[in-house]
Design a protein around this ligand. Sequence first.
Ligand code: GTP
Ligand code: MG
Length: 193
Amino acid sequence: MLIKQAEFVKSVADNNFYQSDMSEIAFVGRSNVGKSSLINFITNRKKLAKTSSTPGKTKLINYFIINNSFLLVDLPGYGYAEVSKKEKTNWAKYLEEYLRTSKNLKCVYLLLDIRRTPTNQDEQMLEFLYFNRIPCKVVVTKIDTLSRSQVASHLIIICNKLGLNKEDIIVTSSWDKKGLDALLKDIEHYVSS
Ligand code: GTP
Ligand code: MG
């Protein structure tokens, strides 16, 4: 699939989710894992989704329209310590509601930093997706930060922790532009199914 068009559509701060007939592909994961960067990488637009080295940048649900036919959805990151407890609870609620109720949601990509062991929240998110029968896939980010052999050993740790096979995981680096073909092929499969 070629991405010929990518445009910001809407930001949503609560459960007033964007309604359309288009398929949705969403990105979830810890704050700072690289969700917004991955969207920019996929769409080949440097500043389509706002990125930041400070965790907690994406506090809204941001929708982007692709090729005038489907939506990429940038979700707020979890595990960010600096937000208030109340804000956290609200966000967890909206995030869950979005995932449970979005009828056109075709796939959720759960992003994991190759350098980190998946957290309890990562595991809970995956279990939540399985439980609600939401198609999902793990994407590992930032492989440019490790050597090839380190990437291989960290992948084994991630697979063991989450009960996945290596083949189930898409391995990427937005900085080194790695994994684009595999990811686009996967997205294409879900939006056309
Ligand atoms: P929140 O919006 O806070 O949830 O974060 P996010 O998951 O959207 O992360 P974002 O894309 O803003 O990236 C966070 C930081 O990681 C930024 O400093 C990025 O430059 C950096 N980053 C993103 N992708 C990569 C990558 O492939 N390699 C490296 N080395 N750094 C990356
Ligand atoms: Mg973000």
